[in-house]
Design a protein around this ligand. Structure first.
Ligand code: PEP
Ligand code: MG
Length: 754
């Protein structure tokens, strides 16, 4: 044997040389096994590569019968090689043939070899193959030899993952990472995108494996661990996390592991065997991943995955690559992949290069989903296992209509999706052509189409969509993505920018609608049994009136000399609305005393979201300057069906008689009182539903910017008078399937539904 500390170093240097040489992948593998056999003083060295079906194929050998190459295959769990693959652990035996798992393959001619040392070849948690050495004499391979083999396997993994072995012996190797696969998640922001993976937290590829100076490596490791702990503490303190249950829990687990004595001891031991700090972390990570492969239970997998993430972080600290990929040069068709991500982190990216986002943990209510929607990229959440299934640069298609992520798609899928994208682009172009046309029905009724917004980054869409204004500005969104509560001046600046960018188009600001599912990470929220029915929206801001006062003051100041419209969410009785108006009146006086110029006009509105108000419409319209129906909440309360619970959220059809009757009543009341009425829930975003709203008498609706084009196309092709009559008939007849009837109407009348 060469001296143990020289062994791995010489081996690695030689393997690297071979990997860099010209020739086919097979030739290189043949040289690699020869070299390993020589330096390990072994009579046999073989490489088995894992195939798609899980079997292990002999891909190269020195010492066994060359005819067995690409012929001998071990099934899943078969033989010692199968055992190593299954347990992802080395097997070291002085008498292999007496081991119960030994499986004799006559074609290999291995019956004369007794001692056996095999190690798994693992990369990114995937088993790529098995590396084996054998000797005739019965001998025990010592710890240094086992160590050398494991280090060699790390280098070999790099070679196998490069895909360079494809075509060996005419057979192509499909490594786990190279394969096309499908991951299903939940759509967070609509759209279809084709592009290439950029890992939000880039992976460090460890290339320097053997330590030159052990003491220096020890110091580097100790420093890196200290730094890792400090960064996690700082992230937890910053509190600009996406709320309890998501980001924070992950970070708390990281913190726990970063202090885990067992994990650190194992890294130190690996370092002691002569590896660099990076290689030691990688080695321990591989072992963790091997254990992950062996544990089927979700609980342990989850824990191992946390530890795996932490190893990634430690590697990045060691490599001095701590930032996210936002600072890198991104490909033009970037699809970001992350385990979890905060809203501000997404905003750090160059938006012109982002096509989509896939995250493992975020749900629909996550703040990063709100930002993804605002910046108009397709996004999918709850994509289990996505991070460990991809490499930076992998081709990927995300279909946020179906919630599917296609990894490394084949040509046919790419062609089909490219067609889809082209079709959508043509449709978008057509809608863009309608941008400056007013939304007039065929019979001459003017419908005002406004857009919903909530972030400064939404504003460019006002001009792009051709909306008549902003019918709902959800002020809480800027609060949700901020690291801390925006103070008065900051808020004034935000609202001033919104008004500046809106120019002559009107903006309706909604006062803070927090509580329920919208939590501000930096404000304490009590656990509530029924958050949707709880202390939220106007109820909360009237109780904590400092919040409302500050916001109203900021709005009044921002709108100095201009028109200001504010509406209050979740008004549940007229007294609440009046109390909110009193806050505005008080702040107006305070500002006047301080010499601030007042807005040119002030209109105050109430959102109609609570069914009780349906039974006091006269009171509501008398009190409010304008009313906006928040159909998302109104429908959840009408049907008693939680809007955020996928099991029930779509169970009841809003195109039903009760809803049509409610909307008709509200529209009539608005008309009687001569007060403006808008609807700003998701209903308005869908052409058929928007058609029904026009049919029951609404003349102003506010929706997601992407919906303006399709809804306008619908309106331009609609005869509103005919529809009104048809809906009247349906209500009178007590139609059972309103949706089907309306679809039929649209078909008969050639109403364009997108
Ligand atoms: C609504 O409830 O319809 C609405 C527009 O408000 P939000 O969706 O923000 O609750
Ligand atoms: Mg609402």
């Amino acid at each position: 044997m060469p001296p143990p500390d020289a062994g791995p170093r010489i081996l690695i240097r030689r393997l690297r040389q071979i990997m860099a040489e010209a020739g086919s992948g097979q030739e290189r593998l043949d040289k690699i096994v020869k070299q390993i056999a020589y330096l390990m003083v072994a009579e046999v060295c073989s490489i088995y590569v894992r195939r798609q079906d899980g079997s292990l194929e002999l891909f190269a050998t020195e010492g066994l019968n060359p005819a067995a190459v690409h012929t001998t295959r071990m099934g899943r769990g078969e033989g010692l090689v199968g055992l190593i693959a299954e347990r992802a652990e080395p097997v070291n035996l002085s008498e292999a043939q007496s081991h119960p798992a030994f499986s004799f393959r006559p074609e290999t001619g291995e019956e004369v070899y007794h001692s056996f040392l095999g190690v798994p070849v693992i990369r990114n948690g995937q088993l790529l193959g098995v590396l084996v050495v054998q000797n005739r004499m019965q001998r025990h391979y010592d710890a240094d030899e086992e160590e050398a083999m494991q280090t060699t396997a790390m280098v070999l993994a790099e070679h196998l993952a490069s895909g360079d072995v494809a075509g060996a012996g005419g057979a192509s190797v499909s490594l786990m990472h190279g394969r096309a696969s499908l991951i299903r998640g939940q759509s967070l922001s609509e759209g279809i995108a084709l592009g290439h993976v950029v890992l939000h937290e880039p992976r460090v590829v460890v290339t320097n494996l053997v330590a030159d100076n052990l003491a220096a490596e020890r110091t580097r490791l100790a420093r890196a661990i200290r730094r890792l702990r400090r960064t996690i503490d700082a992230m937890l303190e910053r509190r600009d996390l996406t709320g309890p249950g998501e980001h924070r829990e992950v970070l708390e687990t990281y913190r726990m592991y970063a202090h885990d004595a067992g994990w650190i001891r194992r890294i130190r031991e690996a370092l002691g065997a002569g590896l660099t700090a990076e290689a030691a972390v990688e080695r321990v990570r591989n072992e963790t991943r091997a254990r992950m492969l062996r544990h089927a239970g979700d609980f342990w997998r989850e824990r191992f995955r946390d530890l795996d993430d932490l190893s990634d972080r430690l590697l990045r600290v060691l490599a001095g690559r701590e930032g996210t990929a936002a600072a890198d040069k991104l490909p033009e068709d970037t699809i970001l992949v992350a385990r979890t991500m905060g809203p501000a982190e997404l905003l750090d990216y160059d938006r012109t290069r982002l096509r989509g986002l896939v995250i493992e943990e975020g749900g629909l209510a996550s703040h990063v989903a709100i930002v993804a929607k605002a910046i108009g990229i397709a996004a999918i959440g709850q994509a289990a296992g996505i991070v460990e299934s991809v490499e930076g640069g992998d081709a990927v298609i995300i279909d946020a209509e179906t919630g599917e992520v296609h990894l490394r798609p084949g040509q046919e899928l790419i062609a089909a999706y490219s067609d889809k994208v082209r079709f959508r682009a043509r449709r978008q172009q057509r809608y863009a052509g309608l941008r400056s046309r007013p939304a007039l029905t065929r019979d001459g009724e003017r419908i005002s189409l406004k857009m919903n917004a909530g972030l400064i980054v939404d504003m460019p869409q006002l001009a792009e969509s051709g909306a008549d204004g902003i019918g709902l500005f959800r002020t809480e969104l800027e609060f949700m993505i901020a690291a801390r509560l925006p103070l008065k001046d900051k808020q004034t600046e935000i609202y001033r920018r919104i008004l500046d960018e809106a120019g002559r188009r009107p903006v309706v600001f909604r006062s803070l609608d927090i509580g329920g599912d919208k939590l501000l990470p930096y404000l304490r929220h009590d656990q509530e049994e029924n958050p949707a029915l709880g202390w939220r929206a106007l109820r909360m801001t009237l109780d904590r009136d400092g919040l409302l006062r500050t916001q109203v003051t900021a709005l009044l100041r921002a709108a100095s000399g201009r028109d200001l419209q504010i509406m209050f969410p979740m008004v549940s009785d007229i007294g609440e609305y009046e109390a909110a108006c009193a806050v505005v009146a008080r702040q107006q006086k305070v500002l006047a005393r301080q010499g601030f110029a007042a807005p040119r006009s002030i209109a105050l509105g109430a959102m109609l979201e609570v069914p009780a108000m349906l039974f006091d419409l006269d009171g509501l319209f008398r009190a409010a300057d304008f009313v906006s129906i928040g159909s998302n909440d109104l429908l959840q309360y009408l049907f008693a069906a939680d809007r955020s619970n996928p099991r029930v959220a779509k169970r009841y059809d809003p195109l039903s008689l009760p809803v049509l009757r409610v909307m008709t009543r509200v529209a009539e009341a608005a008309q009687q009182h001569g007060k403006p009425l808008t609807l700003c829930g998701e209903l308005a975003s869908r052409p058929l539903e928007a058609m029904a709203l026009v049919g029951v008498g609404l003349r102003s609706i506010s929706m997601a910017p992407a919906a303006i084009g399709p809804v306008k196309a619908m309106i331009l092709s609609l005869d509103a008078g005919r529809l009104r009559r048809r809906i009247g008939e349906l209500m009178e007849a007590g139609a059972s399937d309103v949706r089907a009837e309306l679809l039929q109407f649209a078909k008969d009348q050639n109403v364009e539904l997108g």
